[in-house]
Design a protein around this ligand. Structure first.
Ligand code: CA
Length: 233
């Protein structure tokens, strides 16, 4: 695993020293800032994997720093608060911190929280990368390519293999218009001398399953005189 970077934004040198010592020992790269303004700049320029953020800071307080970071990044932020009263504000949704510790805190507890937050983000990242490669999403529709499944609003739709293949083919190249002949060839998969109306029939069945209003489709669109295309919502 590559080196994780923790940014410490804290104006008490003694706390910075002990945190730095501890996280360096744990194998993290450590960046530090002694005031809110510098901390915000580092947070945005260095892309740390996690931020420890004190509340009472010179130049810009921790709440403000947290809010400003959140406008740009979803990096885990653990707030370090001096007073119990600040906890409510830290946990306020508008602030967007992931966790908090009240001072004085135990280093062991803080380290555990840091690891838990880092683990959570790496799982999230892995999961979203995996989902991206296995599925195509558009609006309320998700096409899971590996499981041959289509779901709408998270509910799996009963769909035939041919309908699935047609939807997948169109959705993988959104906005590109395919003639009915070309769809027959690509989706039905052989020199098909049959009726191109086979495509129309399959499209109609598909629309009945995936569209809110099959008469006014938003996913599979007819380009009159040309063919069909998938409209990426
Ligand atoms: Ca402080």
């Amino acid at each position: 695993m590559d080196e994780r970077c923790v940014l410490i934004i804290e104006d008490e040198q003694a706390i910075v020293d002990i945190l730095k010592f501890n996280f360096t020992k744990e194998g993290y790269k450590v960046l530090e800032a002694m005031d809110g303004q510098t901390g915000l700049e580092l947070a945005l320029s260095e892309n740390p994997d996690l931020i420890l953020l004190d509340v009472m800071l010179p130049k810009m307080d921790g709440f403000e720093v947290c809010k400003k970071i959140r406008e740009k990044s979803s990096v885990p932020i653990i707030m370090l608060t001096a007073r119990e009263e600040e906890v409510d504000k830290v946990l306020g949704l508008e602030l967007g911190a992931d966790d908090y510790m009240t001072k004085p805190f135990s280093i062991r507890e803080l380290t555990a929280r840091v690891k838990a937050n880092l683990r959570r983000t790496s799982i999230d990242r892995e999961r979203s990368a995996q989902e991206n490669s296995n599925s195509i999403s558009s609006g309320d529709l998700t096409i899971n390519v590996e499981r041959y499944e289509v779901s709408k609003h998270g509910k799996v739709i009963d769909i035939t293999l041919r309908e699935f293949e047609l939807l997948k083919f169109l959705a993988m190249q959104p906005e590109k218009i395919f003639s009915r002949e070309s769809l027959l060839e690509n989706v039905w998969g052989y020199e098909y001398y049959g009726d191109v109306r086979t495509v129309d029939v399959t499209v109609r069945r598909l629309r009945e399953k995936i569209e809110d209003d099959p008469g006014m489709p938003r996913y599979i669109i007819t380009k009159r005189g040309v063919g069909y295309y998938f409209n990426k919502a």
